[in-house]
Design a protein around this ligand. Structure first.
Ligand SMILES: Nc1ncnc2c1ncn2[C@@H]1O[C@H](COP(=O)(O)OP(=O)(O)OP(=O)(O)O)[C@@H](O)[C@H]1O
Ligand SMILES: [Mg+2]
Length: 510
């Protein structure tokens, strides 16, 4: 062969290799194709690529031309410095052997090469002074062009190096992302799994048992209980302990929105479906596909909207507002309410069919006064939680806990949490003692009965008052301080805020 014929071969091969490297495929496929091109166009046979395994530092054979399969169960490996390939990697220099049989370091682990022919092995560079692997091949004869052939193989190795580097970078990114995702999932599980729900009392143990049972299935769950008893917390514990845990957990507070907004929130809307619908939007049902949808305060949904809900619960089908295209969703429903749904069904305010749809598996959250034995653990747990938020160590004394145990907690765990947070703010040294525990005045005199007593004294209990008048009366009594009025009515601040909105009470600003 003359020099110009050799250059023709090399140019044709380079063209092939560059085409292979610029088309998207996995690293393994790319290497196979490059070796194939070297064989078919470049007169370089029995090509082989081995790459350094980042975990062990050993050279693993990744691609061989001339043998159909690489046994994945027993990868062929060379340690640094071992054999001819190990030597190339260790020195970072090419090794050109005119006749393989003459080289005592040749190990012949692959049983691939012709021992009468030359072998060219070149390093694949990872960066300055760093090598990611070795490329080797056999030319069909030993002639004067051997140094030229070796130089050409080095060029190919340099081209391959970029693909290897890219693939490794991708792999590193993938591993980092996976690790981050897994650790985030652990955190989420820690925050929303069972660990974050405190309670050793019998009633709470029963709740845990029910959650454990129901989490496995797609059953609709209805969580009942007074405000602040942990309904939302239990809903997330069910989701994160269910087979849907890796799917989305979507929440919606049904009490917070008027019907038309509730509809577009839940079902989504098409662009231009109503004034203000500037773009198409997915509803919560769609967002919760393959996950769980938590419908909070379901007892507050209007009768008209109850019909719409019933359909999607029964059929799993819905249309976006302004669209006639029917969508199917696979969503597990968890609903919660602090209302007495049975009475509302009897009064005709809540549809009976929807009630039965939702009430497949009811879970009743016990109030805190039904389980005072949980107060010490809860208090310590909540103090830890507040300490994390405030970024400083906090503790609560035994005498403070004894005081807390005597309280009635009409606002349940949320009230306890707020009370401890106030205490934490008041204790500069970070030790919450009884002197900084401030239980709302009324209840301190004797819990619920004191509230009732006060309601009576102030005329809030007058049977002639309707709901709106009662709320207004309480607001008057409280000098229009909503939190105070809420206490008078035995409500949470959120509940009174909601009532003020729905009963269309104009709040007087002081
Ligand atoms: N058993 C519990 N262990 C630890 N924290 C709890 C527990 N129960 C409730 N909490 C905490 O108390 C607060 C109120 O809980 P959550 O919001 O789940 O109550 P809720 O029943 O949904 O109240 P509402 O009816 O007012 O919406 C949350 O901060 C929650 O983390
Ligand atoms: Mg809630």
């Amino acid at each position: 062969m003359d020099r110009s014929a050799l250059l023709d071969i090399e140019l044709a091969t380079l063209f092939q290799v560059s085409q292979i490297l610029s088309s998207p495929s996995s690293l393994g496929e790319t290497l196979d194709q490059v070796l194939q091109a070297l064989h078919e166009h470049g007169e370089l046979h029995r090509g082989m690529v081995s790459l350094v395994d980042p975990d062990s530092g050993a050279l693993l054979v990744n691609a061989i031309h001339g043998r159909s399969t690489l046994s994945a169960s027993e990868p062929i490996r060379y340690l640094p410095g071992e054999g001819v390939l190990g030597m190339v990697l260790e020195r970072g220099e090419k090794v050109v052997l005119p006749r393989l049989a003459d080289e005592p370091r040749f190990l012949d682990r692959l049983r691939l090469y012709d021992r009468e022919l030359p072998l060219i092995s070149v390093p694949i560079r990872a960066g300055p002074g760093q090598y990611s692997g070795v490329l080797a091949a056999q030319p069909p004869h030993c002639d004067q062009w051997l140094p030229e052939r070796a130089r050409f193989l080095e060029m190919v190795a340099n081209l391959i190096a970029r693909s290897v580097r890219l693939s490794w970078e991708l792999e590193r990114e993938r591993r980092a992302l996976t690790a981050e995702r897994d650790s985030l999932r652990r955190v989420v599980r820690g925050n929303y799994g069972f660990d974050s729900v405190v309670g050793h009392s019998r009633p709470m143990q029963r709740v845990f048992e029910q959650v454990r049972q129901v989490a496995k299935w797609n059953t609709t769950v209805l969580i009942r209980g007074e405000s602040g008893t942990g309904k939302e917390l239990i809903a997330s514990a069910i989701h994160y302990n269910s087979p849907r845990a890796s799917g989305p957990f979507i929440k919606l507070n049904c009490a917070a929105l008027p019907d038309n907004l509730l509809e577009s929130e839940l079902f989504g809307h098409e662009k231009g479906a109503f004034t203000g619908a500037f773009s198409q939007r997915k509803g919560r049902f769609e967002q919760a596909h393959n996950g769980t949808l938590f419908l909070d305060e379901i007892g507050d949904v209007s009768p008209v909207f109850q019909v719409k809900l019933l359909r999607v619960l029964q059929e799993g089908e819905l249309e976006r507002v302004g669209s006639s295209h029917t969508l199917r969703v696979d969503v597990r429903i968890i609903a919660a309410t602090n209302r007495d749904l049975e009475t509302e069904v009897e009064a005709g305010d809540f549809r009976e069919d929807l009630y039965y749809r939702l009430n497949v598996m009811p879970i009743f959250m016990p109030s805190l006064r039904q389980r005072p034995e949980d107060v010490p653990d809860l208090a310590r747990f909540l103090v830890e939680k507040i300490a994390k938020q405030q970024g400083r160590p906090l503790s609560v004394t035994d005498s403070a806990i004894r005081l807390l145990m005597r309280h009635d907690w009409p606002g349940n765990v949320r009230e306890l949490e707020n009370c401890l947070e106030r205490g934490a703010i008041m204790s500069e040294g970070g030790v919450i003692d009884q002197d900084v525990i401030e239980l709302s005045g009324l209840e301190q005199q004797g819990g619920m009965s004191a509230i009732l007593h006060d309601q009576e004294r102030m005329g809030l209990h007058d049977p002639d008052l309707d709901e709106r008048e009662r709320v207004i009366a309480a607001l008057e009594q409280a000098g229009w301080v909503q939190a105070k009025a809420a206490r008078l009515l035995g409500m949470t601040p959120r509940q009174i805020a909601y009532r003020i909105q729905t009963l269309n009470i104009k709040v007087r600003r002081l």
